[in-house]
Design a protein around this ligand. Sequence first.
Ligand code: C2E
Ligand code: MG
Ligand code: MG
Ligand code: MG
Length: 280
Amino acid sequence: VAKYEGRNRFSYFTHSLQEAAQTRLKLIKDLRVALAANQFRVFFQPILDLSTGCIHKAEALLRWEHPQRGMISPMEFIPLAEETGLIIEIGNWVFRESALWAKRWAVQGREDFQVSVNVSPVQFRDEGNHIDTWLTYLQTLELSGKNIVVEITEGLLLHADSGVIDKLLKFRDADIQVAIDDFGTGYSSLSYLKKFHIDYLKIDQSFIHNLETDPSDMALSEAIIVMAHKLGLQVIAEGVETAGHRQLLAAAGCDYAQGYLFSMPVPPEELETLLHSGFA
Ligand code: C2E
Ligand code: MG
Ligand code: MG
Ligand code: MG
């Protein structure tokens, strides 16, 4: 009986593996047409200045409205877009879309407002000249690079070849700021903070989640804030969900915060309403 069950379990296992592979292939196929079919939207999540309580920036977060499956999380489709190289075209679209909204809000009187865009290591390592195209696009819009922040990962800087360094320098020359996303979860070689010009560290939400109960998470967050300030960088806390988180981070001198306590990522029109309300 045991042998029989074992074989059954094995065939169940291979069957579900096959199913997973098929789902994946179908999703890649759908991803190839999603941009042309207008299925993407950029949402924005406000980032508050903790000393004033004002919305100072917003992170652009990509949303995919799949015709059959509904909203699909970027955690699911970004890796596929990276593997297939589709992230290049999608990422170019996200950049243009983000810049357009930043321009609109600047014209509405928020010249200081920044839109923060996630840029994948695959985009950085690509040989194409899309960064030049981005900069030309900003010129065409007459939008300063100061209104854009680029979010990169720690891993990118660990293996930064001349192509990556070149792109970082181009951003810097254009006054575009650079943030390290999910700080503290990567390979955490701190030497790159000295080597590259970085403007912000974004403390990963896994450190924020238990801030009120776990003294070591509090200690790590405080240490990141002190280190960043000594290096001349500012700090954004991600995943701020409670008034307690906010209070502890403000007391620790954290500069900015982002999280469900303030707002979920929302459609651009809704962010605009927030910007015009007292909240901003
Ligand atoms: P990320 O850049 O670290 O973005 C923050 C994620 O945390 C977002 O998830 C956001 O919705 C979520 N979040 C915000 N506040 C809270 C909170 O208080 N609690 C919790 N539990 N979560 C919160 P989202 O939108 O699902 O995006 C997931 C990841 O997908 C992003 O992580 C980013 O790495 C990637 N991503 C999203 N849009 C893009 C894009 O346009 N390009 C690239 N390359 N990656 C993107
Ligand atoms: Mg991010
Ligand atoms: Mg993050
Ligand atoms: Mg993340």
